[in-house]
Design a protein around this ligand. Structure first.
Ligand code: PEP
Ligand code: MG
Length: 584
């Protein structure tokens, strides 16, 4: 059995088809004669235009089969194709080293992908695959090879590969591919996003999968527990059948909840909103009847660009998102940059400890022109759509007042420009630092609502880097210190009659839902994929039960005790069939 990380949940069974995508055919290297460099650059420009045509075809195919937002990935590839720095790098190599264009291209791509792969930020590491993909495409075109495709893929097989390049996944169909097992890949890699949208059960980071699995080996992909069974025994096959039937029943039961309210058994309505990063997520949230968008992380829109989107570009994007929600409320968080969220076109000074450095609202206050452009776009949209502004990583009252002062200047400018906007737009603060949590009663006087960012709050309360696998065991959302702080935040907000919503990974974990309700939260924001699971958890408990659980838990001193207590409580409340796991 091999272990991996679940990238797209589900279960799949079928013969393995092993292939290595990251490898590429040998690249010819020649020394150029006098005057040949110009001809090589012309070949390069012709290859770029062929590649763009291929990508446009692929884009249309994905648009039809998967959806518009997923097809936008190819827009990024087209942008990369025309990247002037890439062209410059290639032409310099071609001229300086007097080598043919294929060799210059291969070297430039290798260097770029190595640079990206070394970057600390996961998003940039994952961009290495995009560069490799366009590099391979150009090399194929230069070598007049046919478009890379899947060589005679047997129907209903499980693809096992080192790395799945986005153009390859775009050619996969749910019918031909039952599952995916990848040696590399990341949760936010483009290929993973596509596989998830196609609903193909997928595991990433399965070490040495292409060496340990042979084409034709019968496989089971357990996309719940993150395991691959190679040549499974009869009893494992029997377990798989049971799991598959249970999964179907579970998904069917969850679908039945779409039109039902998120209400506890004793009739208390809970606001269940969506946390999103792009327009497609808003469409998913709307189709699942989310109560609005509780957190719109705008960084994604900035990350997929090669420049700061203009005020107008931002306005269009936020409007497209708000329109998906059909008049339901959208909380737009202004840019949360710094630490692990960096933009390639906005280099920040190096800091020894960036999570404790200039980030979130602190950073925006240092670059007010970025904040002003975003606020103008949001405020303009507020004239016609129910939206509010959320400041990330607020440190203290002073910082919040400074950020609010920028809103006032922007409002004054809009008035001068005769641009309509909602004068009473609601303003909120994210509570993600110990200092903000301690000062929440004072911050409450300055804002209309709070949003608790549990991902960062846990990191800072426990002094444990949320991105480090070294200290992953210390990153404990159920730590008693975290729960005490959450209980006191809910009490403060409720006493000050401020609306408070909880977001971050904790909000989307159904095993925590009952406890969070018991701690006093009545509004949760979770990713669209988690909405129905959380609704199920809400509908399976009552407030008195939840409060009794929270009371017991708040008296505990260790994570282990708390986990055991939640485990027991959860066993009593499952109403939708739990698929369980494959027993070995
Ligand atoms: C959080 O910190 O919980 C949060 C929602 O913000 P992000 O994950 O974007 O930092
Ligand atoms: Mg955060």
């Amino acid at each position: 059995m091999l272990l991996g990380e679940v990238a797209s949940p589900g279960a799949a069974r079928g013969p393995a088809f092993v292939c290595t995508c990251a490898e590429r055919a040998a690249v010819p290297r020649r020394t150029l004669g006098v005057g040949q460099a110009q001809t090589e650059m012309e070949r390069f420009d012709a290859a770029i235009s062929d590649a763009e045509n291929e990508l446009r075809d692929l884009q249309q195919r994905v648009q039809r089969q998967v959806g518009e937002p997923e097809a936008d990935i190819f827009e990024t590839h087209i942008l990369l194709l025309h990247d002037s720095a890439l062209r410059e790098e290639i032409s310099t190599r071609c001229l300086r080293e007097r080598i043919n264009i294929e060799a210059a291209l291969a070297e430039a791509i290798d260097e770029l992908t190595a640079t990206f792969a070394r970057m600390e930020d996961l998003h940039f590491r994952e961009r290495a695959a995009d560069f490799r993909d366009i590099g391979n495409r150009l090399l194929d075109i230069l070598a007049k090879r046919r478009l890379r495709g899947i060589p005679a893929l047997p129907e209903e097989s499980i693809m096992v590969t080192d790395e799945l390049l986005p153009s390859l996944v775009a050619q996969l169909h749910r019918k031909t591919i039952r599952g995916l097992v990848l040696e590399r890949g990341g949760q936010t890699a483009h290929a993973t996003i596509l596989a998830r949208s196609l609903g193909i059960p997928s595991l990433i980071r399965v070490r040495d999968a292409t060496k340990r699995i042979k084409t034709g080996d019968p496989l089971i992909v357990d996309g719940l527990a993150g395991r691959v069974f190679v040549k499974p025994s009869l009893s494992t096959l029997g377990e798989y059948d049971r799991l598959e039937a249970a999964l179907k029943a579970h998904q069917h039961a969850l679908k039945g909840l779409v039109d039902l309210p998120a209400v506890t058994q004793d009739g208390v309505a809970i606001t269940l909103s969506a946390t999103i990063g792009k327009v497609a997520d808003a469409a998913a949230a709307a189709s699942l009847n989310a109560d609005g968008i509780g957190l719109y992380r705008t960084e994604f829109a900035f990350l997929v660009q090669d420049h700061f989107p203009s005020e107008d570009e931002q306005y269009q994007l936020y409007r497209a998102t708000a329109e998906q929600m059909n008049a339901r409320h959208v909380v737009i968080r202004v840019l949360d940059l710094g630490s692990d969220k960096l933009l390639p076109y906005f280099p920040l000074p190096r800091e020894a400890n960036p999570s404790l450095g200039r980030r979130g609202t602190r950073l925006l206050l240092k670059y007010p022109e970025i904040l002003r452009a975003q606020l103008r776009a949001i405020l303009r949209l507020s004239a016609t759509h129910p939206i509010s502004i959320l400041f990330p990583m607020v440190g203290d009252v002073e910082e919040l007042l400074a950020a609010k002062a920028v809103i006032e200047t922007v409002k004054a400018q809009l008035e001068t420009d005769c641009q309509p906007f909602n004068r009473d737009i609601l303003v909120g603060a994210m509570i993600e630092t110990p200092s903000a949590a301690i000062m929440s009663h004072r911050l409450a006087q300055e804002v209309d609502f709070f949003s608790i960012g549990t991902n960062d709050l846990v990191q800072y309360l426990l002094s444990t880097d949320r991105t480090s696998s070294e200290v992953a065991s210390y990153y404990a959302p159920l730590h008693p210190a975290v729960l005490q702080v959450l209980a006191s935040l809910a009490a403060t907000a409720n006493a000050k009659v401020k609306s408070i919503s909880l977001c971050g990974e904790m909000a989307g974990n159904p095993s925590y839902t009952q406890l969070l309700l018991g701690l006093g939260f009545r509004s949760l924001s979770v990713t669209p994929l988690e909405i129905l699971e959380i609704k199920n958890a809400i509908r399976s408990t009552s407030i008195p039960q939840a409060e009794a659980l929270a009371k017991r838990v708040l008296a505990m001193s260790t994570v282990r005790e708390i986990k055991e207590c939640l485990h027991e409580a959860q066993a009593q409340h499952a109403t939708v069939a739990d698929p369980g796991r494959i027993k070995e």
